[in-house]
Design a protein around this ligand. Structure first.
Ligand code: PGA
Length: 265
């Protein structure tokens, strides 16, 4: 049984005052849930948020939105894994905004994943296609339901992320399936679409590490998730939670998403 996980990616938003109010109200409203909640504020608010969460229930954690892979050096503006170690438990890597605005490539993302594990950080690796895929008629004969021709891009991103990753670490990794066309557009994938792709991503993990291990890896959906459509995703057995962007800045809505995932809404 995979434990549900809800992640809030605040991106480049919030003042310190906003961040404080948001973290405090989430902390006060999700502690009774049997799920994990990860808040990913901007780097500069990590320390003050860690202080707020110091005595928080064990199911609420902090995550960083990115990091560099080297430990230290002449990398103006970057943050290293050892700086995050002890402050956060999770780190988002390979988000589509990093891939597109900062030209992050699969190799670099793989280096970052290795660095995260070396520093006891759990990577949340984002993969996703740019254009919506269409359902094709099954070639396996009449009567079979149509299926998505999953784009090679997504497989390539995941395979590259797993390059050189041990079995022990592979099962700790978190994958976030985030179709780029759904991010920030208000146009979320359907639960069925997301579940189908996630099932295939689990297949990639199974091929490399075996079925049993693949069934322990948490794979989330992300892209325009809100408190109205959360039910689409959370009741799909393949989907282990969601990565929320825009709506994670609204305490009431984000709490509703968490409570729905925890079966208490
Ligand atoms: P969104 O962002 O929920 O605003 O679509 C998701 C993400 O970028 O992780």
């Amino acid at each position: 049984m995979r434990r549900p996980l809800i992640i809030g990616n605040w991106k480049m938003n919030t003042t310190l005052a906003d961040a404080t109010v948001l973290t405090t109200s989430i902390k006060n409203n999700v502690s009774d849930l049997d799920i994990d909640v990860v808040l990913c504020p901007p780097f500069v608010w990590l320390y003050p948020m860690a202080e707020i969460l110091e005595k928080a229930p064990k199911n609420i954690h902090l995550g960083a939105q990115n990091m560099w892979f080297a430990e230290k050096g002449a990398m103006t503006g970057e943050v290293s894994p050892s700086m995050l170690k002890g402050l956060v438990k999770y780190v988002i890597l390979g988000h589509s905004e990093r891939r597109s605005h900062f030209q992050e490539k699969d190799d670099l993302i793989n280096d970052k994943i290795h660095a995260a594990f070396e520093n006891n950080l759990t990577p949340i690796v984002c993969v996703g296609e740019h254009e919506k895929m269409t359902s094709e008629k099954s070639k396996k004969g009449p009567g079979r339901p149509p299926h998505l021709e999953v784009k090679a891009d997504i497989y390539r991103q995941l395979k590259s992320a797993l390059e050189g990753i041990s079995r022990e670490n592979a099962e700790k990794l978190i994958v976030a399936y985030e179709p780029v066309w759904a991010i920030g557009t208000g146009n979320a994938a359907t639960g069925a679409y997301a579940a189908e792709v996630i099932g295939k991503l689990r297949g990639v993990i199974a091929k490399k590490y075996g079925q049993e291990l693949s069934e322990r890896v948490r794979i989330l959906y992300g892209g325009s998730v809100d408190s109205d459509n959360i039910k689409e995703f959370i009741y799909q057995p393949e989907i282990d939670g969601v990565l929320v962007g825009g709506v994670s800045l609204k305490a009431k809505e984000f709490i509703k998403i968490c409570r729905e995932a925890g079966g208490k809404e």
